[in-house]
Design a protein around this ligand. Structure first.
Ligand SMILES: CC(=O)c1cc(-c2ccccn2)c2ncccn12
Length: 121
């Protein structure tokens, strides 16, 4: 809450700020850049209880809302799984989400993340 400010985690925040663009680049058509609106996706807000998109993830990084890399990965998976819930399998959005999920999770494994972690000089 605003009365209890979140502890800063500068190393994690910096790591996530470096990781996010590597995931966004895997969505060149920017299907996942912004929140999905009910205008472009009828009934979306009633079908998807927890929407997620890259702009929201970026804001959460800046607001220090991720305590661990796992929480960040969970939002990424949520975003992709939402698209595979709302959209039928034969749609561009479903197919893009499936590809994005698998490509993205490969980049979120510890060994792939390690190069982004500054070594203690
Ligand atoms: C991610 C997703 O489910 C999505 C993104 C879009 C989207 C994203 C950007 C521009 C146009 N459409 C969309 N349109 C219809 C139904 C679903 N979507």
């Amino acid at each position: 809450t605003s009365l209890r400010p979140r502890p800063e985690r500068p190393a994690l925040q910096k790591l996530l700020e470096l990781l996010l663009p590597t995931l966004e680049r895997k969505d060149p058509r920017q299907f996942f850049a912004w929140p999905v609106t009910d205008n472009i996706a009828p009934g979306y807000s009633t079908i998807i209880p927890k929407p997620m998109d890259f702009s929201t993830m970026k804001q959460k990084i800046e607001d220090n809302q991720y305590r661990t890399l796992h929480e960040f990965s969970d939002d990424f998976a949520l975003m992709c799984n939402n698209a595979m819930t709302y959209n039928q399998p034969d749609t561009v959005y479903y197919k893009a989400a499936k590809r994005l999920l698998h490509a993205g999770l490969r980049n979120l494994t510890p060994e792939k993340v390690r190069p982004f972690v500054p070594t203690i000089s």
